[in-house]
Design a protein around this ligand. Structure first.
Ligand SMILES: *[C@@H]1O[C@H](CO)[C@@H](O)[C@H](O)[C@H]1NC(C)=O
Ligand SMILES: *[C@@H]1O[C@H](CO)[C@@H](O)[C@H](O)[C@H]1NC(C)=O
Ligand SMILES: *[C@@H]1O[C@H](CO)[C@@H](O)[C@H](O)[C@H]1NC(C)=O
Ligand SMILES: *[C@@H]1O[C@H](CO)[C@@H](O)[C@H](O)[C@H]1NC(C)=O
Ligand SMILES: *[C@@H]1O[C@H](CO)[C@@H](O)[C@H](O)[C@H]1NC(C)=O
Length: 462
């Protein structure tokens, strides 16, 4: 509770003049509230009992893939056994879909669709492995390998491994359809814990169009040079908690994209990888919104970015109410970065007169080393400047200590308090920001907040 009570007061006192323009927005919005994202998942007796080992305990009924003909030798095609076991487990109350320990099950793309009968547990204790030959994949069924959809009140656990066998895919062009390893789509009240996900062709774990999802004790591992292998990708989801996750990969450790809100991350280890990202957003003039993100306690090592918000030129929508705190950086290339000129395309991108609006972003107790001297970069849109950027107790040094670190600002407004190094004085500068503010007021920036509120409520009703 301490951080909830403490911060808004400080922000209120120091930030009163900055916030008064938006005084219709309650201060609490700056700190996403402690919404109950557990959704009753913590009920007694639901978790952490070895009932699945013996039939009948707690009324649990194990449905093992072995009982449906799976061989688990890493060579035999066990796909049909998984489909058949799923159909059985999904139809029975209190079932346990079991992938036994010790087996190595070769499985092709499978859709595990719900809704299922109540209290299903998916117990992955063995290894599920994907075919490693690209020619064994149907190009018409791309993007998803193990996809769980339409589930409600399900737990996925078991200490096992999901291995995407991605090595041969990493070498091939990004124009080829690759699959994401594990997907949770259109689901509610799902808890995922104690799993390893590795060597995905593309993203390791995607959470899309879902609410109330808790992920804990998940290890994600792929090499630094594996392209587009995001660790955990959250899209169009609300009430997602990531806790005690250790992610090493070739792209973002965590990426949070449009339509996501109330996302919490606690105790995250990231590296190698591209950091913890919000975005990219606003691509192709899209309206994208991410509201309410907290990262508390993280260590990033050797990553190409640290805490990054990336948006394309053009587009609309908002990123708002973001708090990063208690983060250690080890030799990170861009420890703190807002990049509204993001352009992941071979053609250069033009500057446009609209952008996703970024506001109410707080960095608190961020310590460690930067690989480059520019440790902090706020490259905000000229047309829609960033506002209410707040830093408190930040100390970022160059990794070899040969020079001081610096901050660059483009159209970013905010303030700092406590010890902050490098200096972020440019956030308060009226000279560097006057050009932007002029342009912003010509573009009616005063109404941006209300427009974004409308855009957001329209979005959540979809
Ligand atoms: C594996 O089994 C599934 C389900 O029977 C089938 O669709 C697929 O073609 C098989 N794959 C291979 C490579 O044999
Ligand atoms: C990729 O998947 C799409 C369907 O999503 C399909 O239309 C396209 O042909 C596939 N591309 C290749 C190279 O197989
Ligand atoms: C985005 O908007 C700009 C300016 O209106 C326009 O020039 C551009 O073609 C649009 N891009 C797309 C992908 O629609
Ligand atoms: C930081 O990274 C650079 C380049 O990758 C490397 O030379 C240096 O030894 C690293 N420093 C530390 C302290 O890890
Ligand atoms: C876009 O605007 C930024 C900030 O004003 C500027 O640094 C950059 O050079 C511009 N890029 C192009 C392609 O005009």
């Amino acid at each position: 509770m301490e951080r909830i009570l403490h911060i808004p007061i400080v922000v209120f006192v120091l930030g009163a003049s900055l916030f008064c323009r938006h005084n219709a927005i309650p201060n609490e919005l700056f700190m996403p509230g402690e919404i109950d994202v557990w959704g009753g998942l913590e009920e007694e007796g639901f978790f952490d009992h070895p009932w699945w080992r013996s039939e009948g305990v707690d009324g649990r009924r194990p449905v093992s893939v072995d009982g449906f003909g799976a061989v688990g030798d890493g060579v035999t095609n066990d796909t049909q056994a998984f489909v058949d076991a799923w159909n059985k487990a999904c139809s029975m109350k209190n079932a346990v879909f079991l992938v036994p320990e010790g087996g190595r099950y070769l499985v092709k793309a499978v859709r595990f669709n719900g809704p299922c009968a109540d209290n299903l547990i998916i117990q992955i204790s063995g290894t599920i492995v994907a075919p490693d030959e690209p020619k064994d994949w149907d190009p018409k069924l791309p993007r998803l390998w193990l996809s769980f959809s339409g589930l409600n009140g399900v737990k996925i656990q078991g200490g096992g491994t999901i291995d995407g066998s991605g090595t041969k895919w990493w070498a091939s062009s990004c124009k080829i359809n690759k699959t994401n390893a594990l997907t949770i789509d259109k689901s509610s009240a799902v808890k995922i814990q104690d799993l390893t996900i590795q060597n995905s062709q593309q993203m390791h774990f995607t959470i899309s169009r879902s609410d109330t999802v808790r992920v804990s004790n998940v290890l994600i591992a792929s090499p630094a040079n594996s392209p587009n292998t995001d660790g955990i990708h959250i899209s169009g989801s609300t009430g997602v908690v990531l806790q005690n996750c250790n992610i090493g990969t070739g792209d973002d450790c965590v990426s949070i994209v449009s339509g996501s809100s109330n996302i919490k991350m606690k105790n995250i280890i990231c590296g190698p990888g591209h950091g913890i990202s919000i975005g990219s957003l606003g691509k192709g003039n899209s309206t994208d919104t991410v509201i309410g993100v907290v990262l508390d306690t993280a260590t990033l090592t050797g990553t190409t970015n640290g805490l990054r918000i990336k948006t394309w030129q053009g587009g609309s929508g908002a990123v708002r109410s973001v708090r990063y705190e208690n983060v250690v950086m080890n030799n990170v290339s861009n420890p703190i970065i807002i990049d509204q000129f993001y352009c992941d395309s071979s053609n250069p991108c033009k500057n446009l007169t609209s952008a996703v609006k970024i506001s109410q972003v707080m960095y608190r107790n961020i310590q460690g080393t930067s690989k480059t001297s520019q440790a902090i970069k706020f490259a905000c849109s000229d047309a829609v400047p960033c506002s209410n950027i707040v830093l408190n107790d930040v100390n970022l040094l160059l990794h070899d200590g040969t020079a001081a670190t610096t901050t660059s600002c483009n159209c970013a407004v905010g303030f700092d308090y406590g010890f902050v190094q490098p200096s972020v004085e440019c956030l308060r500068s009226t000279t560097t920001n006057s050009q932007c503010q002029q342009q912003a007021s010509q573009n009616g920036d005063d109404d941006t907040m209300e427009d974004n509120e409308r855009a957001y409520s329209a979005h959540t009703e979809l």
